[in-house]
Design a binder for this molecule. Structure first.
Ligand code: ZN
Length: 90
């Protein structure tokens, strides 16, 4: 049987702003955050929004770039800007 490694994580910005609660399906570093995996959109940044490919998303508190929208795959995703995340709490 294949192993599943779904985990629920809270993603916190370097400024301390709690951004999302997210259902992460793969192990390892968070590179892409799929919009349909977002359970709680703490700052109304992602859900029920219309995005354009390559659009930047910024932290509402410190304006640091969180990442950019990547529509290259079937599911809408945010390509996460490495170094932005302060911590991930599981
Ligand atoms: Zn921030």
């Amino acid at each position: 049987m294949p192993k599943t490694s779904t985990s629920i994580i809270n993603i916190i910005c370097q400024c301390g702003q709690n951004i999302t609660r997210y259902k992460k399906k793969k192990k390892g570093r968070l590179v892409r955050m799929y919009i349909d995996g977002i359970l709680e959109d703490k700052c109304n940044l992602f859900l029920n929004k219309k995005f354009e490919n390559g659009e930047s998303v910024h932290c509402p508190s410190c304006n640091k770039k969180i990442g950019h929208i990547d529509m290259s795959k079937a599911n809408l995703a945010l390509k996460v800007n490495q170094g932005w995340i302060k911590k991930i709490i599981t």
